[in-house]
Design a protein around this ligand. Structure first.
Ligand code: KG4
Ligand code: ZN
Length: 343
């Protein structure tokens, strides 16, 4: 039987545990979402998040092992995401994972959450290196050239807000609630994206960096110019215009990134929570088709935060003979490309 990894995730507002095998089978992937806990505040409350991770993680691990039909002694490694994220949360998966690994005499890997997102396409679609990755989540928006396990070159990043943050803030402004991305996408589906003229950030600029704070401000100004409370039609149309501006910006930057890469990628991959968005998937599909490569987006359950991607990243490192480097540190800030911004 191929190697089995237990993955643990607690970087933001999802506690997750999963068992994955080195042949790419997800035996179990359980997620306890804290959405209801944070909803009254309209965003993640770090202290409450950390406490909830602590309460849930061991129950989830037990359930993930049971669902996978394996015992601790069947595992080959334990993998915790060790950053970037909220420190109180990181400590939960790191401390728990390290102690569990030690008790079971297993190797422990502390891996980068972004590496989990970056390698998911290899778990789901066996994508070969090198590929171009658009990683878009609540905290990050980056274009990465993925050359191999542990070899990530950042081509562009956001100069201010992340794409997911823009979805979330615009949704809040429009009274669509939390989390904003899925709510805004739903509202946008009935809207007219041409009624409001919003800026398309960074369109045509050299390089492939992003910027979303101006768009957020423009949405606020448009909303302020309308009668309050906003009519349902206004909300739909503004949501559609916002989504279309974000999708256009992500697509334009991705097109520019393709000019910067050393060779044709095997695929155009999109990952992170924002990858769940259909308008964005459609825009990226047409870019991929234009260069004759597939567009790969993980299934919805593996787009947002989950522990299967963490377990898989640990397995990839093990198979590649990298690590474990057990310094036991949690890293609230942890760039995937250590040279980013220094070249
Ligand atoms: O990767 P993720 O689950 O967590 C982070 O690491 O941030 O991404 C969460 C982000 C949130 O900003 C959420 O609003 C956004 O992904 N998101 C979406 C959609 N589903 C989730 N944004 C746009 N459309 C969606 N369908
Ligand atoms: Zn994430």
């Amino acid at each position: 039987m191929s190697r089995l990894a237990l993955g643990l995730e607690s970087s933001c507002d999802e506690t997750a545990a999963a068992v994955v095998s080195a042949d790419g089978t997800v035996l179990s992937s359980l997620i306890a979402s804290q959405i209801e806990l944070h909803r009254p505040y309209g965003g993640v409350v770090p202290e409450a998040a950390a406490r909830a991770h602590l309460e849930k993680l061991d129950l989830l691990v037990e359930a993930a092992l049971t669902k996978a039909g394996v015992k601790l002694s069947d595992l080959s490694l334990v993998v915790s995401m060790a950053g970037p994220g909220l420190i109180g949360g990181l400590l939960v998966a790191v401390t728990y994972g390290r102690l569990l690994a030690r008790a079971a005499a297993l190797p422990w890997y502390g891996i980068n959450h972004l590496e989990g997102h970056a390698l998911t396409a290899r778990l789901t679609d066996k994508v070969a290196f090198p590929y171009l990755l658009l990683l878009a989540s609540g905290g990050h928006t980056q274009l990465l050239w993925v050359e191999g396990v542990g070899r990530y070159r950042r081509l562009g990043t956001t100069l201010d807000d992340a794409a997911g943050e823009c979805f979330d803030k615009a949704a809040k402004l429009l009274g669509l609630g939390y989390p904003g991305g899925p709510a805004l996408e739903k509202a946008a589906s009935g809207g007219n994206s041409r009624r409001f003229d919003l800026p398309h950030p960074m369109l045509g600029r050299v390089g492939c960096d992003f910027s979303f704070s101006g768009l957020k401000t423009a949405v606020r100004h448009k909303a302020a110019g309308l009668a309050t409370p906003l009519a349902a039609e206004d909300v739909r149309d503004l949501a559609a215009a916002t989504q279309s501006a974000i999708a256009a910006s992500l697509a334009d930057r991705t097109r520019h990134a393709l000019k910067l890469v050393p060779t044709t990628p095997t695929a155009l991959v999109v990952a992170g929570g924002v990858a769940a968005n259909q308008a964005i998937r459609t825009a990226l599909s047409s870019i991929a088709a234009s260069i004759g490569v597939p567009m790969v987006a993980p299934p919805l359950a593996l787009c947002g935060d989950n522990a299967a991607m963490i377990a898989w990243a640990g397995l990839e490192r093990l198979e590649a003979g990298i690590g474990p480097e057990d310094d036991g540190h949690s890293r609230p800030r942890w760039p995937l490309d250590p040279l980013a911004g220094k070249r």
